[in-house]
Design a protein around this ligand. Structure first.
Ligand code: TIU
Length: 225
């Protein structure tokens, strides 16, 4: 039987034992609705420029990952056009004049099939890279992500995207409870709130890596060789 060997990646709270063929790159919600003006993030009162620094590092990591033929997956937060899967509590949250499902400058906010809901051009999925449409913050809840990862023999995840303390943190926690080892490159995740970003990363690596490991994308790219 073929044996798999792991490579050590410098990380906090201790080195991550990276097994490339068992590790998927999971890019969370790099959607126009979160990264461009006029979308859901802006509707909530946030400055989308806070997130845009993650685009270049994600591009570099994605290119390296693809070059090595490793598994890439993307997620998008959003809802059915009929909004049947939108919990009333989520729709009214924020007491905003504009809600999820309402028309915005790039289409209906966080609705599947609309331009605003799609992934930004810079990180657009290639054919063959599964895209998970998720109605919640976590990528495992109400999706087929776990089944797809199991079918591919994936046990480790490099989790990137936005936002650090919301969808990235929720997904890392869900993954950790399902037995995945999660590595988060700090430069490839971002938040509208720098202090939440910092604390979101600390929460992952605290207590001996209670939810996972934190590193920099340069370390991962170096390990890929
Ligand atoms: N508002 C915010 O920070 N995030 C979200 O609503 N979704 C994700 O994090 N993707």
């Amino acid at each position: 039987m073929a044996t798999t060997s792991s490579q050590s990646i410098e990380a906090e709270p201790y080195p991550f034992g990276f097994v490339p063929e068992k590790c998927a790159l999971l890019i969370i919600d790099m959607q126009r609705d979160f990264l461009e003006p006029g979308g859901f993030g802006a509707m909530l009162g946030n400055d989308v420029n806070q997130l845009r620094r993650t685009i270049e590092p994600n591009k570099r990591l994605l290119a390296a990952w693809r070059k090595h033929g490793l598994m890439v997956m993307h997620t998008r937060e959003g809802h059915r056009p009929d909004l049947a899967d939108l919990p009333p509590a989520k729709k009214i949250r924020g007491r905003s004049k504009t809600c999820i499902g309402d028309p915005g400058p790039m289409g209906r906010i966080l609705v599947r099939g609309e331009a605003c809901h799609d992934i930004i051009q810079e990180l657009y999925p290639l054919p063959g890279e599964p895209v998970i449409d998720k109605p919640g913050k976590g990528a495992f809840w109400a999706t087929d992500l776990h089944g797809i990862l199991q079918n591919k023999g994936i046990t480790q995840l490099v989790v990137t995207g936005v936002t650090t303390e919301v969808c990235v943190n929720t997904t890392v926690r869900e993954a950790n409870d399902r037995g995945y080892e999660c590595l988060v490159p700090e430069d490839c995740v971002g938040s509208y709130f720098p202090e939440f970003h910092e604390m979101g990363l600390k929460m992952i690596q605290a207590q001996g890596g209670i939810f996972g490991w934190v590193t920099h994308s340069d370390q991962i790219i170096a390990a890929l060789g």
